[in-house]
Design a protein around this ligand. Structure first.
Ligand code: G4P
Length: 524
């Protein structure tokens, strides 16, 4: 169990409502991690609650327990890292994607590629994360399979190859033909198992006509013939490099096509991958332990200020009650209650291995991106902040509580709730977020957890981008010419505040040597 190739750590991403929760649940049922359907539902932020951030935070609190769902299937340990479905928490999702080795993207057959899927896949592409696509809800009428593949290629920028192919759809849905296993998987909505598998090595086999009817059988033969002509053969190497994405079809709610997906997934998906640090590449097979924090979850209860820092183990073996180095603070720490997550159960663990995610109780020592090692100074890369899109000036509404406000803001920013920028010309502070809800969350939490209060002032900006330039002089010139639009992030990095897409474009054109980055990870 501890061997590396027996671990799969991945995330499921989708536009809300495509079926991520349902698929997660079916996977957990397969692994025996839960016994009944409906167990994962509590994790979902319900649509009706979108305007009520307290409710959303409450539900997010519940979701701590399901942040990582681990289970065993065919002697492989599978860690599913949950990602919030709500778009206002997209940045949480981006960061969680830094801790996975691969992803499964769920697409609703009727809706096709939706906006949230585009954004999330873009982050995966940036990181060259291997992607498997599951097209869901085949029990409903939807888009034509080939059109959908075109849309996926076009909008998501992926090269695809189907490993299963649907036979009919909606009322006429008969099942899928698995190109991966050369099997006919028949949809039996009224039987207990809901699927029947028949091996067919040759699509001319008359059993196909018997099972799905002549017309659908012919359609399938034709389509499979075309797929084999048009799409490349599945090539695992290309998939592992993030250059080819296999596609599966099914219906999560009916538990159909899920086993095929899971079986193929454990065959082809990568085990724990190396991680890049500023100093060197860290390989999972190394003896010495190293890990990084990718998510911090605060407790909403003001009586319990503790937080949980989620750490991905990257190399070696993590051990409980052992002295480790908190690299940024340059001090030794040990953890007496590290937890692992098995579906809904949280348990204290003694050891964890590369690919595992553990929860560490934290009283404010961690911030996102922090490294913990056996002593080596390592700074993990690839855990950047992303360009926020919504901005407001923050003003201290209670001058007596300036200290509390400063502390509260620092801690909330460390948790990654939002980003704080300080303008170069007048020192004013700006909060930038990916979602509008965060402003309310920050205001509420500052008041309830830190006794500080803020007032916001509207600020219309298009984007904040980090800037860099090989030529120090040119960067200085840009900064002095555009002083009004320059700020620094919490680490002192220079940021350009673009009022509109047009201002950004003009700045890029007028200062061709200056580089504008959409994540904080800036390489000069
Ligand atoms: P999400 O996590 O991606 O947001 O989606 P979720 O799994 O919650 O699924 C969204 C809705 O789609 C749910 O219905 C779910 O039952 C339904 N669904 C999931 N898979 C399938 C499928 O294969 N076929 C069909 N027809 N529907 C599917 P809901 O009515 O919003 O919620 P609920 O009342 O069923 O919980």
């Amino acid at each position: 169990m501890q061997s590396l190739d027996k671990r799969r750590t991945f995330g499921i991403i989708s536009h809300p409502d495509a079926g991520k929760t349902t698929l997660t649940e079916k996977l957990l049922l397969f692994g025996g991690a839960i016994q009944v359907a409906g167990a994962v539902k509590s994790n979902k932020i319900k649509r009706s609650a979108t305007s009520d951030f307290m409710e959303i935070e409450r539900q997010r609190g519940i979701s701590v327990a399901t942040s990582v769902m681990a289970f065993h299937y065919k002697d492989v340990k599978i860690n599913i890292l949950d990602t919030p479905g709500h778009q206002d928490f997209a940045e949480d999702t981006y960061r969680t994607l830094t801790a996975v080795d691969s992803v499964i993207v769920v697409i609703d057959v009727a809706k096709g590629v939706e906006i949230q899927t585009e954004k999330l896949v873009e982050v995966c592409r940036m990181r060259k994360t291997p992607i498997i696509v599951f097209i869901n809800k085949l029990d409903r009428e939807g888009l034509d399979g080939i059109d959908l593949l075109d849309e996926i290629e076009e909008k998501l920028g992926l090269n695809v190859t189907p490993l299963s192919w649907p036979i009919g759809m909606g009322q006429r849905f008969k099942g899928v033909y698995s190109l991966y296993e050369k099997k006919l998987v028949l949809f039996r909505p009224h039987s207990k198992q809901q699927e029947d598998t028949i091996e067919i090595t040759d699509l001319t086999d008359p059993i196909l006509d018997k099972e799905v009817g002549e017309s659908l059988a012919d359609e399938l033969r034709e389509e499979v013939h075309m797929i084999e002509e048009v799409y490349p053969d599945f090539d695992r190497e290309a998939y592992l490099k993030g250059e080819l994405s296999p596609i599966f079809f099914g219906s999560a709610i009916n538990n159909f096509g899920v086993r095929e997906l899971l079986d193929c997934f454990i065959d082809i998906a990568p085990g724990p991958l190396p991680r890049v640090t500023e100093e060197r590449e860290v390989k999972p097979e190394e003896d010495q332990f190293a890990g990084f924090v990718f998510k911090i979850h605060a407790n909403m209860d003001p009586k319990h200020r503790d937080r949980i820092a989620f750490m991905r183990v990257c190399s070696g073996t993590f051990q409980r009650n052992t002295n480790y180095l908190h690299v940024r603070q340059n001090r030794k720490m040990k953890f007496s209650n590290p937890t692992s997550f098995m579906a809904e159960k949280k348990t204290v663990i003694d050891e964890a291995y590369p690919g595992d995610v553990i929860g560490l109780y934290d009283s404010g020592n961690f911030k996102i991106g922090d490294s913990v090692t056996e002593g080596e100074v390592l700074h993990f890369k690839g855990i950047p902040s992303f360009s926020p899109e919504l901005f407001r000036f923050v003003n201290n509404a209670n001058p007596m509580k300036a200290k509390q406000l400063a502390k509260g803001l620092t801690q909330l920013m460390d948790e990654g709730v939002a980003q704080l920028f300080t303008k170069e010309d007048n020192g004013r502070q700006i909060i930038g977020t990916v979602g509008a809800l965060q402003f309310e969350v920050i205001q509420y939490r500052l008041e309830h957890e830190y006794g500080a209060s803020v007032q916001y002032e509207p600020l219309n900006l298009h984007k904040a981008c980090w800037i860099s330039c090989k030529d120090e002089k040119k960067l200085k010139e840009f900064v002095s010419r555009r002083k009004r639009d320059i700020a620094r992030d919490k680490d002192g990095q220079l940021v350009f505040l673009a009022e509109s897409a047009w201002t950004l474009k003009m700045a890029q054109e007028n200062f061709p040597d200056v580089q504008f980055h959409f994540t904080s990870e800036v390489e000069v």
